[in-house]
Design a protein around this ligand. Sequence first.
Ligand code: F3S
Length: 281
Amino acid sequence: MITAKSAGFCFGVKRAVDEVKKQIQEGTKPVYTYGPIIHNEQVVDALSRQGVQVIHSEEELSQIHEGTIIIRSHGVPRRIQEKMESLGVTVVDATCPFVKKIHAIAQETGDRGDILIIAGNPDHPEVQGIMGWATGEVHVIESAEDLEKLQIPEGKKAVLVAQTTFNKVKFEYIVEIFARKRYHSYVVNTVCNATDERQTEAREIAQKVDAMVVIGGRHSSNTQKLFYICSEKCANTYFIETLVDLDLKPFQSYSRVGITAGASTPNSIIEEVTEYVRTEL
Ligand code: F3S
């Protein structure tokens, strides 16, 4: 059995979760997170039992006038952060520094009068956060085809960045098309190494095993991508949130099993699954 070394919490997610735990330990009340702190129901439920409340919308945010609000690693649009700061609550910004860097690029690009192009999912909170720091024209593209359709006026400069969890290979392809299309443009590769390392390792392991288990939240885009990558290399790839979802019957016929997990999967779940699969093989 091979368990990916890069499975589980990345630096930014760990930092955000640790911040929530710190606030609980310090006895801060009430503690809120703007959106679930990570895409993992087990972790969010455990924190909720310790009094951490999730703010789901801007309307809900408007009702809050005391306590501490933690911004998760995805970040939020500038408008939301300013709204939080105007409420008289303590705001703890746990936006991942790599995402913060993209916010700065978004702002600087607009301030220069250049156009920002984000390779990513327009519905993802990280992308919405980045858009919310842009001070000028901004476009979100999900594929090279989207880029082909984009009309950039003559003489305008464009800056291309990526959602941190964007597929690296897909981004490289988009960069190729981008380079062919424009002269007055530049690219900042903002795909996070943590994602890249996790995806590369998952692909390598999936090539060598009979079955692959991908652990993570159903709504976690980086886990969904891991599942996609592994499925391409290994037909017997299983997506599970916790051990309960794992049907072990087929596992008796597999001799080599690989395990990986998304950035929001706690170590405890990875260890539990690893241990269980080990005893079944
Ligand atoms: Fe940050 Fe990379 Fe994780 S951008 S939140 S360390 S995936």
